[in-house]
Design a binder for this molecule. Sequence first.
Ligand SMILES: Cc1ncc(C[n+]2csc(CCOP(=O)(O)OP(=O)(O)O)c2C)c(N)n1
Length: 604
Amino acid sequence: MSNDAKESVLSIDGVNMALATTLVSALASLGVTDAVISPGSRSTPMAVATNREARIALHVKLDERSAGFYALGISKVSLRPTLLITTSGTAATELRPAITEAFHSKIPLLVATSDRPPELQGIASPQTISQITLFDDVCNSKILFSAPSVADIRVWTSLAAQAFASATDEFLGAGPVHMNLPFAEPLYDQEEGESEALEALLTKTVVSRTYKKRGVIPLEIVEEEINPKKRGLIVAGGRSFVSEATLCRISELLGWPVLIDHRFGAKNKGVTFVRGGDLLLRSKVFAEKAVPNVILKVGEPQASKVVSEFLSRSSISRGGCATTVALLPPGVRVDPGRDTSVFLDGDPEATLISWCNAIESMENQEKDGSWIELWQKGEQAVQEVLDADLEQARRSSLPLGEAHLAREVVSQLTSNDMLFVSSSMPIRDVEFFADMKDNTVSVLANRGANGIDGVISSFFGASYAWSRQRSKSLSVLLIGDLAFLYDLTALLYSKGQGGVIFVTDNEGGAIFSFLSQHERLERGEFERLFGTPQGIDLRSVIGGMDIEVDTLNSLSDIERVLSLSRDNPSKVFVGLVSSDREANLKEHNRLYALAAGEIDRTFG
Ligand SMILES: Cc1ncc(C[n+]2csc(CCOP(=O)(O)OP(=O)(O)O)c2C)c(N)n1
């Protein structure tokens, strides 16, 4: 029987057991040696799973308050997180004194409170209270596990590793972590054959490792993975704390291409940099040839779903063959796909420099040259297609499109300039369609929470600080009409401010045309809920604020507005690009198909 077929044997209680066993087994493999439990029903799956885990000594204590302090005592001596398990209701609240002491004395604890699923909350279900906020002020972190389903096995393993890393955080200090675990009924009613199915599931899970060290993380920890013999891929995004020179050096020494985002901040187009990842990986032919066996991530992820899904699919945690290593500064856990197998929390720049030195002194630095050539050839094909297409657009009388706007703006600016990009399409258009060159512009964006609020104000602040540091620089904002309208008042207070704002006025949110509701919903409903055109004449609104506004019809208009700004650095210029969401969708699809076709031909 295949593993998938075996999974289907599991009933609800089987799923409960599968999840509890996954969690406990992951914690045991990370180094938990002791657990303390008090009797209760909702925690049944955790009780049975922990009792059966040979690597963990289970201590049973009648009252939870005392159990909490007992666990605290164990951890004080073992210096490892002790797993503390309770049922729901006041049982959980009884843990607060011990957790408070642990928090203030920096003792690691993993507190697993069992709970009823969300649909049984707030309706007087027995022994059900609101327990997810019980320890918020006395915990390193809180991890809310989702209601059980077999599909969560991989997620629960990842959450276990996240909880362990937080409880043992060397930088913030060790401390308690609250894990709230909802279990549905029946809680335990194991049937024959289920334990076999459970075993099969567990063999599929991969527990991520975390190494934390102030400064350099030695190469020995990952020498199996970070090795020129491997087909590795470096993924470099914003806020990486890695310099361009070091990124180029490690990439060349390993013979690994760099899937790079503009927000990494590289000033030059390094010979190993791949900018066109999104378009390249849309080609099935290329994506099949380009599967790495190691992925090294530095910085934030790209916006492209095509890229993130390729990386996830390739990773061992999703059944692929690549070990995914994330090298990040302390306290930063960037793993939205929950596909990272090794977290290295240290000084990324110093670590990479030390790896470079170690690799240089290796006796055998042989690498597979065809691997990097594959990616270089792919990158070249993407950029040639986009260049040719832009040149054709330059000669045609077609209206200026949003993708062309992004590519042209980036190519017109230099490393002395700053480009701020708004969510959602401008950041994607720059990521998907713009190239790098020697002397590339710096790209900034509000990507911590991806809001479309306050973008113009953020741009003005950044522009002020940028121009203070660099004379004769240009600051440019690329923004959609909704985000522009959202922060319109910033223009009222823009006296003395400089910069160019290119607004793609497609009368609404273009991003939603790329989502499935665009296909599925009737047009009126889609427009009302998602497209949300505001019916505002931007030109007259902006003009009414005494701000210079121009409509851009062709690529050459971009240069014209930029040079106006160069000549008048203390003035704001708005360049309006009239666009149409349906046409924009078609244009994107045309470019995706054009690039994929060319890449398929190159590699087919
Ligand atoms: C403050 C805030 N509200 C809502 C959203 C959800 N949202 C994401 S993109 C988007 C539409 C953006 O439209 P626009 O600025 O015109 O850019 P376009 O998608 O057309 O490029 C919305 C409403 C958000 N990210 N932030």
